[in-house]
Design a protein around this ligand. Structure first.
Ligand SMILES: CC(C)(COP(=O)([O-])OP(=O)([O-])OC[C@H]1O[C@@H](n2cnc3c(N)ncnc32)[C@H](O)[C@@H]1OP(=O)([O-])[O-])[C@@H](O)C(=O)NCCC(=O)NCCSC(=O)C[C@@](C)(O)CC(=O)[O-]
Length: 78
């Protein structure tokens, strides 16, 4: 994040799989984050170690937290 902080004319959405990741991203200076869910239970488990249903709950938490501090979430319009 330090290395890309001042790059202009580019967006760097940081993948944030849960609230802990979101908080770390913001602390590191992220100006945009991204949430990423899976279409199959197997991929969801392998990728972020939880069910699709649980991932949607996590992403709801991340989106809510992002909205509170006006951090854009990729693909989401507040
Ligand atoms: C979601 C986790 C973190 C769960 O990881 P986990 O091991 O299931 O986590 P846990 O909840 O069991 O906790 C284990 C430890 O990890 C810690 N932990 C818990 N969360 C975090 C965090 N955010 N950052 C740092 N540490 C974390 C947590 O605090 C704990 O630490 P301990 O108490 O034992 O010391 C893990 O499965 C993970 O990192 N998954 C993400 C994998 C990933 O980055 N996948 C994306 C690949 S790219 C892709 O999919 C393509 C595409 C196209 O979608 C990309 C795009 O959208 O652009």
């Amino acid at each position: 994040m330090e290395a890309i902080r001042n790059v202009e004319a580019a967006r760097f959405p940081v993948l944030t799989p849960n609230l802990k990741g979101f908080e770390a991203a913001v602390a590191a200076g992220a100006k945009e984050v991204a949430i990423f869910a899976s279409a199959s239970e197997a991929f969801s488990k392998s990728n972020i170690n939880c069910s699709i249903k649980d991932s949607l709950t996590r992403y709801s938490d991340v989106t809510f937290a992002a909205r509170k501090v006006s951090i854009p979430v990729r693909g989401y319009i507040f």
